[in-house]
Write a protein that binds this ligand. Structure first.
Ligand SMILES: [Zn+2]
Length: 82
C-alpha cells in the first residue's frame, strides 16, 4: 500500500480531506460517545457552536476534542436529520 494516500471523508460535510488534516472530535452525550473526523471548516464551526471543549488522547489521532451534547440530535451530520 506504499504510495497510496488515505483520504478521510468529513463526517459533517462529506468533503474529502487528507488524513493529516482531519481532526478527531468526540461528542459526549451522557454515557455515550460518538467519534467523528471533521475537516477544518467544520471543526471551527463546531468550536463556535459549542461553549467549550476538553482535550483527550485520540483513538486514531494523537489528540481529540470532546464536546458535550445533550442528545445525538446535536451531532453534525452529512445527512440531515428529519
Ligand atoms: Zn467538513
Amino acid at each position: 500500500m506504499l504510495g497510496n494516500s488515505t483520504l478521510i471523508l468529513c463526517d459533517a460535510c462529506g468533503t474529502e480531506i487528507p488524513d493529516k488534516a482531519a481532526k478527531e472530535v468526540v461528542y459526549q452525550a451522557g454515557r455515550v460517545r460518538y467519534r467523528l473526523e471533521l475537516c477544518t471548516p467544520c471543526l471551527s464551526r463546531e468550536m463556535k457552536r459549542h461553549d467549550g471543549y476538553r482535550g483527550v488522547p485520540g483513538f486514531h489521532k494523537r489528540a481529540a476534542l470532546v464536546f458535550s451534547i445533550t442528545s445525538p440530535e446535536e451531532l453534525p451530520r452529512r445527512v440531515p436529520v428529519h
